[in-house]
Ligand binder design. Structure first.
Ligand code: GDP
Ligand code: FE
Ligand code: FE
Length: 196
């Protein structure tokens, strides 16, 4: 994979930098997400280099301290309501800003896919959907419904987004965990795909 259009790193340097930002366990997840994203990219005609980069970088902000995100929300003049959330939401939605500056990544499509990888959006691009679904179905995941998600992902990417979002919303609601408004927007925009 050649990243020269997007980054000043070789693949080797990139992997080293990503690995040093997270636990070994999480780095293995990231590599599995990349494989899953490349398979989906091939099936659904998405740029493989962008899918690879989005996947490799998607969880780079997962082990960043809360104080860093709180500062960034002010610095980037993001919606102050974001401060009520936590790392689960911040590592993508706010993490994309950190990743952009740390890696010198300017490509807005890749940054948007990273931003949306946890909460989705009502109007996702194929790249956004590829990362969102790959993160959920990578072979290391083991939760109820994951095999169904894997088989739907072979049939329809939109339906896979719908299924994943419905499962996530139900899981969070069952545990009385607040649901980020954009997650609900994703659910409403995609739920119709589950009817056919
Ligand atoms: P990971 O970073 O590879 O573990 O996967 P994700 O970035 O997709 O999700 C991180 C966590 O955020 C998971 O535990 C999800 O259940 C949780 N999550 C997803 N959507 C929402 C939401 O709308 N609200 C809250 N509070 N958590 C969410
Ligand atoms: Fe994540
Ligand atoms: Fe992930």
């Amino acid at each position: 994979m050649n990243y020269r259009d997007y980054l000043d790193f070789s693949r080797e340097e990139l992997l080293e930098k990503v690995a040093s930002s997270m636990s070994e366990k999480r780095f293995r997840h990231v590599l599995r997400v990349e494989r899953a994203a490349l398979e989906l990219a091939e099936r659904y005609d998405c740029d493989a280099t962008k899918a690879s980069l989005a996947a490799l970088l998607h969880d780079v902000a997962k082990e960043v301290e809360d104080a860093v995100f709180l500062r960034l929300i002010d610095q980037e003049k993001l919606d102050p309501d974001l401060k009520k959330w936590g790392n689960n939401i911040w590592h993508g939605v706010v993490g994309a800003y950190l990743i952009s500056s740390e890696f010198g990544l300017q490509d807005q499509e890749i940054l948007q896919a990273i931003q949306r990888h946890t909460v989705g959006s009502a109007d996702m691009t194929v790249l956004d959907e590829v990362l969102y679904v790959a993160d959920y179905i990578e072979p290391g995941r083991d939760f109820p419904g994951v095999d169904k998600a894997r088989s739907i992902a072979k049939e329809s990417l939109d339906k896979a987004v719908a299924f994943e979002t419905a499962q996530t919303v139900a899981h969070l609601a069952k545990k009385a965990i607040p649901i980020y408004p954009q997650t609900i927007e994703t659910y409403n925009a995609y739920v119709g795909y589950l009817k056919n």
